[in-house]
Design a protein around this ligand. Structure first.
Ligand SMILES: Cc1cc2nc3c(=O)[nH]c(=O)nc-3n(C[C@H](O)[C@H](O)[C@H](O)COP(=O)(O)O)c2cc1C
Length: 195
């Protein structure tokens, strides 16, 4: 059994912060679930940052992707499981799309040319293709783009911030599972509940 609610919340944030920094963490690629046209949708995304003080997570995406449409201000759930720690986190919050800020510019500038190359695809993710392919223009396939070549890709890049309202923490253990729910509304004090 966990020592206390504060420890459980500390563990959740420790795992999230590490997951953002460490691509080998199983929580590096959580599932991000949204509602689109009244139906649930979900996809794996790379967790780029976890900020406890701001109670937020950050992801990167193509601003033209279907998931971005109507997502600004919409409810989101981020689902992650760490098998080694036997901890599941279900994180509820509100999405904020940031395409144009100085922060987005700075993060774009720091990304590798190969990471930024993805945003050179000519059409929105999900656009039908005649045959299997990346959608990248032929001139950049298989090579590193130069800085000048990446300029047209910048408008396609967006940050997705999740402002967290709720963290549902579940720890599986042979001696007995444990579960706690933490809400921003009550100052993250938390409450144990039946797993
Ligand atoms: C391991 C992995 C990591 C991924 N990371 C991202 C990501 O960081 N951002 C993103 O937009 N899509 C990412 N994807 C692709 C999404 O899962 C999804 O297929 C794509 O974004 C289209 O989603 P949408 O149709 O809901 O917009 C990743 C997929 C996998 C398998």
């Amino acid at each position: 059994m966990e020592n206390g609610l504060a420890d459980a919340l500390d563990t959740a944030w420790r795992l999230l912060v590490r997951a953002a920094a460490d691509r080998r963490s199983p929580m590096h690629t959580p599932v991000v679930a949204t509602i689109a046209d009244g139906a649930p949708d979900a996809r794996v995304m790379v967790l780029r940052a976890a900020d406890r003080a701001a109670a937020s997570l950050r992801f990167h995406t193509d601003a033209r992707s279907p998931k971005c449409a109507g997502l600004d201000g919409a409810p989101v759930t981020v689902l992650a499981y760490h098998p080694g720690e036997a901890i599941q986190l279900r994180i509820g919050g509100t999405a904020r799309i940031d395409r144009d800020s100085a922060a987005a510019d700075a993060i774009w500038a720091q990304a590798t040319p190969f990471a930024r190359r993805c945003y050179l695809v000519g059409a929105a993710p999900g656009t039908p293709l005649a045959a299997a392919g990346s959608g990248l223009p032929g001139w950049v396939a298989g090579r590193k783009p130069a800085e000048a070549e990446l300029v047209p890709a910048r408008p396609n890049f967006a940050l997705v911030h999740i402002d967290i309202a709720r963290i549902d923490w579940l720890h599986l253990a042979q001696g007995g599972h444990a579960r706690a729910v933490f809400c921003a509304a009550d100052g993250w004090a938390g409450e144990w509940c039946v797993p």
